[in-house]
Design a protein around this ligand. Structure first.
Ligand code: ATP
Ligand code: MG
Length: 325
């Protein structure tokens, strides 16, 4: 969190485990993070590192086979200790989520305008006329053309970019304090991606909502976030202001993610990939989980996973060599 901003969300030592027929596996292994009021905070990492399940735990919609421990303080309320009926009120009104895949998160059998309106029905006392007007207004705000016509469409009748705008409209219609955007631009082409990023920036500016922006692409995160948490194998391995992460990355994993950002002139050229693969949640790892893929690993990294090492006041990383590479 930026030192000037007031805290909105504070996650402490969050652990998420899944009970499966093969055993109990830990997808998130004790992470802590903070989001300030009006801040846009990024969570970045490769596939399977625990970004979405972290978001689902904030929304209180983890799958039934999961157990979450630790604390998630949202404006003084511990979300993890709330009962289901209490979280239903918070969800959609105070905190909302734009899901990873807008096509499957929208109801294919319901007109899109109606899907936006449902959130207003649940969380406001507006009558149907005013709800309708509010939906048209929000559709206009998110840049959907001809709101009255678009209201009546079904998701499959819209382009990917338009569907993502509907998903954003559903998320912001009740003016939440916190929006979690999980890979909101991954399936979109570059031009539409830029438009959606600009829309999220505008929402953050005009409605004062804080945003947690999740992506596997550090390049996209750089365009929108002020603070970034880098996640690897269920851990946060580096956190800091986005510019410091780029000018002075401290964890070899962050360095790899920066190298892997596709360049504008990389068309036709081979993209850099961090060697090896992300460990499975079923792997038991005694030392640093990144050690097998790390170019800087020393003997000690095989046995020990260090805590956070401070590089600056607002910048730290879980690596023995942080600040020295
Ligand atoms: N219901 C479940 N039961 C068992 N394991 C699960 C369940 N849901 C998620 N997982 C596991 O938890 C880990 C983290 O998954 P998560 O979806 O959070 O990854 P992610 O970082 O969002 O990846 P991606 O970039 O692909 O979206 C993965 O190993 C995944 O297989
Ligand atoms: Mg995900």
């Amino acid at each position: 969190m930026n030192c000037e901003s007031e805290s909105l969300l504070e996650i402490k030592d969050l652990k998420i485990a899944f009970k499966t027929p093969e055993g109990i596996f830990h997808a998130v292994k004790g992470i802590s993070l903070e989001v300030g009021k009006r801040e846009i905070v990024g969570i970045v990492g490769e596939s399977g590192c625990g970004k979405t399940v972290t978001a689902l735990s904030i929304m209180h919609i983890l799958p039934d086979n999961s157990v979450a421990t630790g604390s998630i303080d949202f404006s003084g309320i511990d979300l993890l200790s709330l009962k289901e009926n209490e979280t239903r009120e918070t969800r959609g009104r105070d905190i909302s989520m734009i899901f990873q895949d807008s096509l499957s998160s929208l109801n294919p059998l319901m007109k899109v305008g109606r899907q936006i309106e449902e959130n207003l029905m649940m969380h406001t006392s507006l009558d149907s006329r005013n709800r309708f007007l509010e939906v048209l207004d929000i559709m206009h705000k998110v840049g959907l053309p001809d709101p009255e016509q678009t209201y009546k469409k079904y998701p499959h009748e819209l382009s990917g970019g338009m569907r993502q705008r509907i998903a954003i409209a559903i998320a912001i219609v009740c003016n939440p304090d916190l929006i979690i955007a999980d890979e909101p631009t991954t399936a979109l082409d570059v031009t539409v991606q830029a438009q959606i990023l600009e829309l999220l920036r505008k929402i953050n500016r005009e409605s004062n909502s804080s945003i947690i922006f999740i992506s596997h692409n550090l390049g996209v995160v750089r365009e929108i976030c002020s603070i970034v948490y880098v996640m690897y194998a269920g851990h946060i391995v580096e956190k800091g202001p986005v510019n410091k992460l780029f000018t002075d990355p401290a964890h070899p994993y962050t360095m790899g993610l920066i190298k892997a950002i596709p360049k504008r002139d990389s068309k036709g050229k081979e993209l850099f990939d961090i060697r090896g693969r992300v460990p499975s949640i079923a792997d038991s790892i005694p030392g640093c989980p990144f050690e097998p893929r790390c170019d800087y690993a020393v003997e000690r990294c095989k046995k020990e996973f260090p805590g956070f090492k401070k590089i600056a006041n607002d910048h730290e990383a879980r690596c023995f060599l942080a600040g020295d590479i």
